[in-house]
Design a protein around this ligand. Structure first.
Ligand code: NDP
Length: 334
């Protein structure tokens, strides 16, 4: 069968543009013994993909020029010669940015559309939910009653962090980039205070105003001025969970770090980064608890759905403009 897929044409300098991606038609053979064919229905676009668009050593190898892009996806098995996967099964894989793919089952997980809508396996019950859960509970060692600050708080990871912290009786302040996002955080996610960092000259002063007793834990999705503000406001023995630094991903020249980093010492802070894929040991625990929270109506999430495989690059680029609400997802066809 014919399948269209996106390939990278060159590594971007600064913000990626449409020219960095090319839609290519390929021929997929029929499944061999033990293989099955999947037709993608939903694709994920995520900020971490920007990190794979540059050469150099990292925790995951860069996307290769002229090779198909990868990313989380949910699709339906349409042909199978593998006894573990039947026609009609829905699966989660990492062969995104394309219409169809062949697999022998390695790294592929069956998903159940009766538990949550299929695309939620790319967000709240998928990688971004797991990132929030791991970062907050395992890395951040969240304590009942902590005062928590979350940046990019209305995004896929941030909005889940906010709600898990509220379920643990914490005081939560979030920052995001529009009034619509701030309203959602207060009304739907139920956090205690939220501010639009684009309208706030001094992030540190605004955080102090909203959380006068300081903060105990900062969940960092943004870096830059938000990290600087958190360092100013953290209480002694506070923790910083370094999840992401999206404000820096498109920098063309390295930027200096926060000039108040010495507060890590004076306040005896702990700052720890993590990569979600290192924490498979708590995947089952996450799935179980998150499913319970969802079924009890305790979790809210938003999706911005872009329809059409050909629009995938734009959905990805939009992550850096803040124009979407919640998780950015591509629906492969109408
Ligand atoms: P989001 O859904 O939060 O989307 C990104 C959001 O970041 C945008 O919507 C925008 O919202 C905000 N943003 C973009 N540019 C800036 C900027 N310059 N300053 C402040 N905010 C900005 O993405 P995810 O929830 O998927 O990811 C959140 C973070 O978590 C990212 O940094 C990502 O790299 C990281 N991550 C880390 C993982 C790990 O294993 N460590 C795994 C998954 C994600 P706004 O309108 O609020 O500006």
């Amino acid at each position: 069968m014919q399948s269209r897929q996106f390939q990278l044409t060159s590594y971007p300098e600064g913000l990626p543009s449409q020219d960095h991606f090319e839609l290519v038609e390929t021929e997929l053979r029929s499944p061999g013994e033990n293989e099955f064919l999947v037709q993608n229905e939903w694709l994920s676009v995520d900020p971490y993909m920007r990190g794979r668009m540059r050469e150099g050593e990292s925790y995951v190898k860069p996307f290769q020029i002229g090779e198909p892009m990868e990313g989380a996806c949910v699709g339906k098995v349409v042909e199978s010669r593998n006894p573990q996967f039947s026609v009609g099964d829905y699966v989660l894989g990492n062969q995104g940015w394309r219409e169809a793919w062949l697999s022998d089952g390695a790294g592929v997980m069956k998903v159940d559309p009766n538990v949550v809508p299929l695309q939620a396996y790319l967000s709240i019950l998928g990688m971004t939910g797991m990132t929030a859960y791991t970062g907050l509970l395992k890395i951040g060692e969240l304590q009942e009653g902590d005062r928590v600050f979350v940046s990019a708080a209305s995004g896929a990871v941030g909005s889940t962090v906010c709600q898990i912290a509220k379920l643990h009786g914490c005081f939560v302040v979030g920052s995001a980039g529009s009034k619509q996002k701030i309203d959602w955080l207060k009304e739907k996610a139920g956090i205690d205070a939220a501010f639009n960092y684009k309208d706030t000259g001094d992030v540190s002063a605004r955080l102090k105003e909203l959380s006068p007793d300081g903060i105990d834990l900062y969940y960092d999705n943004v870096g830059g001025d938000h990290l600087q503000a958190a360092l100013d406001n953290l209480n002694n023995f506070g923790r910083i969970v370094s999840c992401g630094m999206i404000s820096r991903y498109n920098d063309q020249t390295p930027q200096p770090g926060p000039d108040n980093l010495f507060k890590v010492i004076t306040k005896r802070l702990r700052m720890q980064g993590f990569i979600v894929r290192d924490h498979d040991d708590i995947q089952d625990e996450f799935q179980k608890r998150m499913t319970e929270w969802i079924q009890a109506g305790k979790m809210h999430w938003e999706e911005t759905v872009t329809t059409g495989l050909e629009k995938t690059p734009q959905a990805f680029i939009d992550l850096f403009h803040g124009s979407k609400m919640g998780k950015a997802i591509v629906k492969v066809r109408e």
